[in-house]
Design a protein around this ligand. Structure first.
Ligand SMILES: Nc1nc2c(c(=O)[nH]1)N[C@H]1C(S)=C(S)[C@@H](COP(=O)(O)O)O[C@H]1N2
Ligand SMILES: [Mo]
Length: 205
């Protein structure tokens, strides 16, 4: 857990809400979590199967590209790496895309991430949280209930899909929802990687 404020960020104690489209309303009967892409066999897990996976508790800093940072939110969830037990990855898999709902489309939102950055306790599909002002509570529908990805603090928060619906394993990097719209593929707040290089004001320095 890091106390460092990345360049161009300010600290907030509130947890703002930002997303495109409607808030997804959980329906256990139709919900599942899909593991697909460059895997030997694709898998869909029910809500019950997902919630039976081992739990991890982690305290993470969140850095939103709109310049707010929230330190030390404690999350309970399922570590990204727990899902790897269900699939046999093609040996050349290096990237993933994590999907979430957008206006009723379960694959409408997505963000790309490098696989090797997601093996720790700080890459978490979360369902509960607390901080110094709040006791344990479920992630609210607006923050991504029933399951929401929180990326390690070395990525801006748009890499964290709300209403998470699956993971696609990929050999080559591929832009997600915001990356297709000019945001950074790598998105490291400490290097201030907000936008794609081609539109960065630093490009020709
Ligand atoms: N499904 C989905 N997930 C999403 C988004 C979205 O529009 N749809 N927006 C992203 C963006 S741009 C941000 S900054 C964070 C905001 O998370 P919060 O509202 O919980 O603070 O969610 C990310 N996850
Ligand atoms: Mo965002």
């Amino acid at each position: 857990m890091s106390k460092q404020l990345p360049p161009g960020q300010f600290e907030t104690e509130k947890w703002p809400i930002l997303h495109e489209g409607d808030v997804y309303l959980f329906d256990e009967a139709t919900w599942n979590f899909r593991l697909f892409g460059d895997v030997k066999e694709e898998v869909s897990l029910s809500y019950e199967e997902v919630m039976r996976l081992p739990k991890t508790i982690s305290t993470v800093d969140m850095h939103c590209v709109t310049t707010w940072s929230k330190f030390d939110t404690t999350f309970e969830g399922i570590a990204f790496r727990e899902f790897l037990r269900f699939v046999e990855l093609h040996p050349d898999v290096k990237y993933v895309k994590i999907y979430g709902y957008l206006n009723g489309d379960r694959f409408g939102y997505s963000a790309n991430l490098p696989l090797d950055a997601l093996m720790g306790d700080d890459a978490l599909f979360v369902y509960r949280w607390k901080d110094k002002h709040h006791d344990w509570q479920d992630i609210s529908p607006k923050h991504g209930y029933p399951l929401r990805f929180i990326p390690p603090a070395t990525f801006y928060l748009w890499k964290g899909a709300k209403w998470a619906s699956g993971i696609r394993f990929m050999k080559k990097d591929e832009p997600g929802y915001w990356e297709e719209r000019g945001y950074s593929m790598t998105a490291n707040p400490f290097k201030e990687e907000r936008f794609a290089e081609s539109v960065s004001k630093f490009r020709f320095w």
